[in-house]
Write a protein that binds this ligand. Structure first.
Ligand code: GP9
Length: 409
């Protein structure tokens, strides 16, 4: 259990982190569809190789919806499971391992539970083995009503680890149509998973100018997922689900192929620490509000812990015990990475992993130059305390105690 001192500190944090109630709220109860894309980094959006667009569908899609180009993944060793965990709980990943494998039965003020309390039917979709990353237990604990795993999908072409994303997306929509409105559907795509092997007969791009075959294959995967995502959106439109729904799509984490000296870094002309931050940490986020008539580029910075609070704020619901903040509030928000680095108000603090936390470097995001450490100093304590509080709450399974529930010994 939490000590009374911890309880007081955390209650103060959550009270001050409640957010403003002045943000726009959607009328009624829209269906909510969240799509997590595998190893999908922002650098591929609008990227052309020898005149060929990698993501032609998404390049157009961002003109139709809210697009967040300054959005960062906060995953760590748990990779895909960390991204899912942040999406559904708005807590940070652990320093070592994955919450899914270390604490699969712990409870949170989770997105599915909150939505269910409002009358939503909830389902998670992932066309892979049910038990991988302990998803069967974790999803149940999060409060999902259904989990559609590989055994629930018709057979189709396999790319990489499992059923390809296009068949996965289209069959998932068939399942959604059997659910009662309003529903919350959480889809975890998988095609573009490392090591990115891709069938020759499905390759549409000529990427001969890239030396590294694994990077060529990553881009072939991305191009395929882009068109699969397009097929999903077209089906949602055809089936009449699109207009009224709130639809959120984002990348889970980077490709792991962007280190200095490799083709990807060279193509991006990455040099500064900020260039590498952008290449390795930015994942695209798209948000389509009900009856949206035109798109908007949302320049604010944020991270994956902020998605659930944004969804809840749009639905007019209290986020309760979540660490993140709505991306639609005007206040600058703190985006903390698991290694202690963070972004706040135009500055990037890069933690020095070899020595003391205070010895990191402070960069201006705009100029990409190293700046006076004082610019980053205001959030040094705050960033560390976010990670510490999140760890303590996860490990002690303390959300119930924070909510005032009686504690079972
Ligand atoms: C498999 C998938 C693996 O279900 O989640 O993705 P990873 O965590 O390796 O990125």
């Amino acid at each position: 259990t939490l000590t009374s001192l911890q309880l007081r500190e955390m209650q103060q944090f959550f009270d001050s982190n409640r957010g403003s109630s002045e943000e726009a709220v959607i009328d009624g109860q829209p269906n909510v569809i969240v799509i997590q894309l595998e190893s999908f980094q922002t650098s591929v959006i609008d990227q052309e190789i020898d005149g060929q667009e990698l993501t032609p569908f998404l390049n157009d899609y961002k003109e139709e919806v809210m697009y967040f180009p300054n959005f960062y993944h906060q995953t760590h060793q748990g990779r895909t499971s960390d991204a899912e965990f942040m999406l559904n709980t708005s807590f940070y990943p652990l320093k070592a391992g994955s919450v899914y494998t270390r604490y699969p039965d712990h409870s949170y003020d989770s997105l599915p539970e909150k939505m269910e309390a409002e009358g939503y039917e909830t389902a998670a979709f992932h066309a892979f083995e049910r038990t991988f990353w302990n998803r069967d237990d974790v999803y149940e604990n999060f409060g999902f009503d259904h989990f559609y795993s590989i055994k629930d999908f018709p057979e189709g072409d396999v790319i990489g680890l499992t059923l390809n994303d296009e068949d996965f997306f289209l069959s998932s929509v068939d399942r959604m149509m059997e659910m009662s409105d309003p529903f919350y559907a959480f889809m975890v795509a998988l095609t573009s998973h490392t090591p990115y092997d891709f069938p020759d007969e499905k390759k549409e791009l000529n990427l001969d100018s890239i030396d590294e075959e694994i990077i060529q294959n990553y881009y072939h995967n991305i191009h395929f997922v882009d068109q699969a995502f397009g097929a999903l959106i077209n089906k949602l439109k055809d089936e009449g689900i699109w207009d009224d729904a709130l639809i959120v799509a984002y990348g889970d984490h980077d490709s792991g192929l962007q280190e200095p000296g490799r083709d990807m870094a060279e193509m991006a002309e990455a040099e500064s620490a900020v260039d590498y931050l952008n290449l390795g940490r930015k994942v695209p986020l798209f948000m389509k509000l009900p009856n949206m008539s035109e798109g908007e580029v949302m320049e604010q910075t944020g991270g994956q812990v902020d998605i659930a609070p944004t969804i809840l704020s749009l639905l007019g619901l209290d986020k309760g015990y979540m660490m993140g903040e709505s991306l639609l509030s005007d206040d600058p928000r703190l985006t903390v990475f698991r290694d202690g680095s963070y972004i706040y108000d135009g500055y990037y603090y890069e933690a020095d992993l070899t020595s003391e936390r205070e010895n990191g470097n402070c960069y201006s995001l705009e100029s990409e130059e190293l700046t006076d450490k004082e610019n980053c100093a205001p959030m040094l304590y705050e960033a560390a305390s976010h990670l510490r509080m999140s760890d303590t709450i996860i490990k002690k399974n303390a959300v119930g105690q924070l909510k005032g529930e009686s504690i079972e010994e």
